[in-house]
Design a protein around this ligand. Structure first.
Ligand code: 173
Length: 313
């Protein structure tokens, strides 16, 4: 009798201690050698150091753990609790995921004007996700080419895309092939594509600069990479854990100033590696927004008009 009680008491102790700390698996939709993962890693370390007894993040890896375009579904279903991804990788769950590229105001401003809450409402309802933090901001996308063009006409060019660029590049006559970032180098090397869309930052991460000859300016949209969480996981967190996660989410966003500096450095680095800028006027950028919002309105008549108001300058 006495022995049974002791065993029961001993077994209950670690359980009680465990209940206070939760471990959250996090997957990255971008490769482990990319700047995005390098940006996130010290944040995870800080999260875990300060979160002892509250919450820990277990980084399970990049697309080798879960393929890029399956990350959203894995978060929705709770196969992983958290992910670093861009919305373009989970448009299979909802078209609105890709609208975050159209924000013309920073995440700090989105938190003030109601955009952040609106995003969360849609993410909760349609994707069973909490939208926690945006960690890339103020970073335009560009069209990169292996061949020269002298006007915004992409007829006869085959370009690597994700949903980010689809409607804009199609509107200029390009033929399109969608690939995850991990397949861009091979596509360039084999001559399967004549170019690709990507933000101003990152083409050196996977050696695409070796195959890239031109960058088209101006850039367009605003590259979005964010931290998302399974909504059931979010709801099960204790108030203390939720508060902790939110505090760290804000800390991650407060690091976004670094992108301006990195982007300026990358523009220089591209020039140094021989990539030439092809310059078009600002009508090119205006058209990018026009085409994307028109597509958005068709895909989501319910949310696109509201999001357009909340996201625009
Ligand atoms: O893969 C992509 O080109 C893409 O959609 C994207 C989105 C945000 C950041 C980097 C890439």
């Amino acid at each position: 009798m006495r022995k049974t009680l002791l065993v029961a008491a001993a077994a209950a102790l670690p359980l009680a201690a465990h209940a206070q700390e939760t471990t959250l698996k996090l997957v990255s939709a971008f490769g482990e050698t990319t700047t995005y993962v390098k940006h996130l890693t010290p944040w995870i370390q800080k999260f875990n150091a300060e979160g002892k007894g509250i919450a820990q993040i277990n980084f399970i890896g990049g697309p080798k753990a879960i393929p890029t375009f399956e990350v959203g579904t894995s978060v929705k279903n709770g196969v992983v609790e958290m992910a670093m991804s861009t919305g373009a990788f989970y448009t299979n769950l909802m078209p609105e995921a890709d609208f975050l590229k159209l924000t013309q105001i920073t995440i700090a401003e989105q938190r003030k004007n109601g955009a952040f809450d609106y995003i969360n409402k849609v993410w909760n309802q349609k994707a069973n996700m909490a939208y926690l933090a945006r960690m890339v901001d103020e970073t335009p996308f560009h069209l990169y080419l292996t061949k020269k063009i002298d006007k915004p006409d992409l007829t006869g060019l085959k370009l690597r895309i994700t949903p980010v660029y689809r409607d804009f590049f199609a509107s200029m006559g390009a033929s399109l092939i969608q690939t995850p970032p991990g397949e861009v180098y091979t596509a360039l090397e084999r001559g399967v594509v004549d170019g690709y869309g990507w933000p101003i930052q990152g083409i050196f991460d996977l050696n695409w600069h070796e195959k890239t000859k031109f960058r088209v300016d101006p850039g367009f949209y605003n590259a979005e990479v964010s931290i998302i969480m399974n909504l059931d996981t979010w709801k099960k967190l204790s108030p203390k854990q939720r508060e902790y996660v939110q505090k760290q989410a804000l800390a991650l966003e407060s690091m976004n100033g670094v992108w301006r500096k990195l982007n300026a450095e990358e523009t220089q680095k591209q020039a140094q590696s021989g990539i030439q800028a092809i310059k078009f006027d600002n009508a090119f950028r205006d058209k990018a927004y026009e085409v994307a919002w028109a597509a958005a309105a068709k895909q989501s008549p319910e949310h696109a008009p509201q999001m357009r108001k909340l996201f625009s300058r």
